[in-house]
Design a protein around this ligand. Sequence first.
Ligand code: GLU
Length: 483
Amino acid sequence: MSVRVRIAPSPTGNLHIGTARTAVFNWLFARRHGGKFILRIEDTDLERSRPEYTQNILDGLTWLGLTWDEGPFFQTKRLELYRQKVQELLDKGLAYRAYDTPEELDAMREAQKARGEAPRYDNRHRKLTPEQQAAFEAEGRASVIRFIIDDDQEITWHDLVRGKVTWKGRDLGGDMVIARAASGSEVGQPLYNFVVVVDDIDMKISHVIRGEDHIGNTPKQILLYQALGAKVPEFGHTPLILNQKGAKLSKRDGVTSISDFKQMGYTAEAIANYMTLLGWSPPEGMDEIFTLEEAARVFGFDRVNKAGAKFDWDKLNWINSQYLHSMPVEQLTDLLIPYWQAADYQLDWSGQRPWLEQITALVGPSLSRLNEAVTMTRYLFVENVEFTEEATKKLRQDGSAAIVEGIAGALVKTESLTESSAQELIKQVAAQLGRKEGQLKPILRVALTGDTRGPDLLQSWLLLHQRGWDTLRLQKALEIAKG
Ligand code: GLU
């Protein structure tokens, strides 16, 4: 079996998680069978398509590691082929020109509604005589091209996910428009269901794997394959991604595009891993944390669920944290730098690399998203850190000023600050003041970081000391403490 699959996004928005998940399944299937993964940009909707969306889609797929073997192909560059194929169906008598005006079509639908029938085209122009056609054209009417759909037939396919699926011809809405209105003998712009089939035939697609929302298009497309004399490919309709309420995940649910997930601090590997689990379950014994390559070795449609897949933020966060926590410090630092830069923190990013890696080692184990590091480490990047209300209150408590003063005084006399000398310093100051170390530490924390909570205190101190900011903070804290 020579496997050729494709992802065919429309550039009418950023790369959506649903499209990306479909791309993952296609990619895995292609890799599993040594096949080809093809990228086709369905940009025929000129009003809604934008080049920046195309770029976002290409960037998103690349970021996720979903490299394509052929393409990107753009439908707007292939219009000539579609027109030829429309003509072919006209010549074979499998399609015809229909001259109905929008008003006539509306009236037809109203009448159907009044009779309690489902709206459909009643095929009234299927058998126009050349004279009738000429008369309509003389009236100046434009014509769409309709593809003949026989009501008395059943269309069946064996879906890779859903098993046997059957549609009745009469449920397909009557003869279908495959090209928009144009005047005279022109062929107007060919439409989605038609161009998809022409492309899938031309690109020798063996398996059409796409979201379940396309299932109603499949019977129409199968008829088009037959009309064009092509072999019908396999179809697999993957379950939709649902929100917590069980409805299709949409823009209203907030973050849905891959670039948003990236911005929020998810790694490409974690997103790809999580998307694979949205609708597919790994075989018994396989870990839930896997690379796309690992998944590709065992991927098959037998383990793709029919039911919709609920999007679960907790699970995604957990998966992301697994990746972050097992990542080498150098690599995690590379990933964190853009987030710090985006927050406008100033630093000699390459010159201060060892210091940055120490920060990464400090906060890495508590991150579940990369962007959490921005607020968590702000006190290390911003010289004049703000003191929170709680921190200020703590500094103004009785005895706080003496603690800060004691530590600042001892610090001046310390030659080199290390974890053990810092520990020793705290011990000595506590003894001088007749207080417990446990009473000093919370005050030292607020003095150094401006906050009552944060990463490990001694490590934070050492990092600030390397920047020469600890003395500064202690002075500032003392001013606050003294009110
Ligand atoms: N362009 C369609 C979409 O973005 C995909 C068509 C298909 O996969 O057949 O939903």
